[in-house]
Write a protein of this length. Structure first.
Length: 262
């Protein structure tokens, strides 16, 4: 309609009206563009908030998993240290001491694989939505966590240690079967985030034929390879503890900063 009036004004050479109506057209186009830009910005803000919430939820789940595994590996490390102390002392004399030595030797080889879930991060990265919630510095930190650190922890927790294989060879098979039945359920039960039991490893009763435990103890104490693998295991467990603490700090820092930038 306004374009028809503009054309009529031009034919009549009514330049004042032409100018006014031209300004109206330009102003209408400008307002339309501004409204469109405002709607796009609003959609971006909503999408950014949704993406940020998803990423924070993923990181919080990792923090729960780190807390569980740090406690679990702390128990494994404590068992390994008790074995180390026992090897530096005289052979155990009581039934309880002998059984505890074999039990701790088994526990010290425990592994619980884990890697941070990068699904949400990868989705945001592939969709180009990381730019909505994170600048260059934050994106580098996210990459360090989800790619570099995650790869390192995955390697550290995935490959079975030679220590565990050797222990399974030195401990009598029937003792190992009893130990696996007793301890595996206890160690794998808390798989849900936020679950933190008082202890992962319950006390297991020794087999009725205690001579099997005695032979297992002798095999462990007399094996030079066991002593060597225990040293390597202690070093690896210490490194795992440091790595889990580092990942925990990374995830906590990312959560704090992502929540601050809302």
């Amino acid at each position: 309609m306004i374009l028809q009036r503009l054309a009529t004004s031009i034919r009549k050479q009514d330049w004042f009206t032409v100018g006014i109506e031209t300004l109206i057209v330009i102003f209408g186009v400008f307002i339309g563009l501004q409204v469109n830009n405002w709607n796009e910005a609003r959609r971006d803000r909503i999408q950014a908030e949704t993406s940020r919430e998803r990423l924070i939820a993923d990181l919080r789940a990792d923090l729960d998993a780190f807390a569980i595994r740090r406690q679990w590996y702390e128990e494994v490390l404590e068992a390994a240290l008790r074995v180390d102390d026992a090897l530096r002392s005289d052979p155990p004399e009581t039934v309880d001491e002998t059984w505890r030595f074999v039990r701790d030797s088994w526990i010290a080889g425990g592994e619980w694989p884990f890697a941070p879930s990068a699904q949400i991060y990868k989705e945001l990265q592939n969709a180009g939505d990381l730019d909505l919630i994170a600048g260059g510095s934050m994106q580098r930190r996210l990459r360090d966590y989800y790619e570099d650190s995650a790869h390192e922890i995955e390697i550290s927790l995935t490959f079975r240690s030679a220590y565990a294989d050797l222990v399974h060879q030195l401990i009598e098979g029937r003792v190992g079967m009893l130990m696996a039945d007793c301890l595996s359920a206890a160690s794998l039960e808390p798989s849900s985030p936020g679950t933190t039991p008082a202890t992962f490893y319950k006390d297991c009763q020794p087999p009725d034929d205690f001579a099997l435990v005695m032979r297992s103890t002798a095999s462990l104490r007399e094996s030079a390879a066991f002593r060597s693998q225990l040293n390597a295991r202690l070093n690896r467990l210490s490194g795992l503890r440091s790595l889990l603490e580092y990942l925990d700090r990374q995830a906590a820092s990312l959560v704090s900063d992502l929540e601050t930038t809302r």
